[in-house]
Design a protein around this ligand. Sequence first.
Ligand code: UD1
Length: 432
Amino acid sequence: MAEHLVVEGGTTLEGTIKIQGSKNGALPLLAATLLSDGRCTLSNVPDLKDIRTLLEIMSELGMSVDQRGPNTFSMRVTDETKSTARYELVSQMRASIYVLAPLLAKRGYAKVSLPGGCVIGLRPIDLHLKGLRALGAEIELDHGYVVARAPGGRLKGGRVFLGGPFGSSVGATANTLMAASLADGKSVIEGAACEPEVVELAHFLNRMGATITGIGTPRLVVTGVPSLGGARQSVIPDRIEAGTYMAAAAITGGDVTLEDVRMEHLGAVVDTFEKIGVRIEELDEETIRITRPGPIRPVRVTTLTYPGYPTDIQAQLASLLCLGEGISVVTEKIYPDRFMHLAELNRMGAEVMKEGASAVIKGVKVLKGTDVMASDLRAGAALVLAGLVAEGTTRVHRLYHVDRGYECIEAKLASLGAKIHRVKDAAVTRAA
Ligand code: UD1
């Protein structure tokens, strides 16, 4: 049965929490294990719906997965005869497209359901297909599926530029990188995404025996190898979850310490929060303390590819700025339609207007609790943040969106003093 979160606003968050392993970091690492002839072990994998969906897809593709503890998975391919990822699973999560390249490169054939758009925009996969075609793949779209073949069973090294109208693509870079690792000869990927999650994938592939240079730059050079072996890796901490709890601390004027944080992944976020008046102290290499000594100051911020301000912390920032002392402008350069949370924030008393790809946010003194709907994962988190400071009770519906990316969000917030709990939706009976 569906669930919602009930938040009583007005508590100041205080205490310490540990940041989970990165969802977006773990997904490509899991998919990359399909390339391996050996056993791979991943630790610090977050316990999330999206991770379970990908593991289910991989089991159907012949991966034998052994869970060794709450966040550690050991896996090995035991059957390479199936190469189809079905619509019913792929439609639950766009990142399922990550199985396309490993299947194609390793098994010579892949049939993966087209993921389709979602509430934050169209989300095409043209750059993924461009990358694979540059490596010799023959691809057709057939009844809602991407059907890809490697002539003669092997891809060939090639050169490709992966920049698109909204900059580089994380997913297309990851897919092309995985494919190039097992292609014959040398590949050059220009306009590659530089996000830490792509960097971690490249390191993992190298541990499996791949030869990738230029890691962390927009020019990746890959010398293909005949086969890849087993490897171990720990998933990096989730920079988006860290940014969300930084916003939670800031919006409540609290005093929160976050453990297992990589400051080097949060440069633009720290800079923006500091402009707003949030104080971020590095207690040690992996621990930060967040306080807000004064009012919330308005800012102008634009989401960009890494190392710019991340689109995945745009909605949470918008909630914070709703209580700023003045007018803020938040511009989306990655997903120009990613503003579904604004109407819900306005229902809570915010004064936000959408102007093209920008949100113009006029700070108000108070937000007021009501029923609101999560339209996607990060929009849902933004509404939870607003609920933490709103007068009265906020009920955030469609909680399954939030559960895709946050490990026990209510338990973590409650441990910091928030009044928050999860409730099953009452069955709705309609009169005929
Ligand atoms: C990943 C993240 C997502 C984040 C996004 C941008 C995962 C599982 N998801 O998504 O949380 O919001 O990066 O940081 O890691 N594009 C094209 N053609 C393509 C592919 C993308 O035009 O073939 C466009 C997209 O529509 C978007 C931009 O490029 O405007 C960036 O998208 P991309 O980096 O590919 O996002 P994802 O990898 O899907």
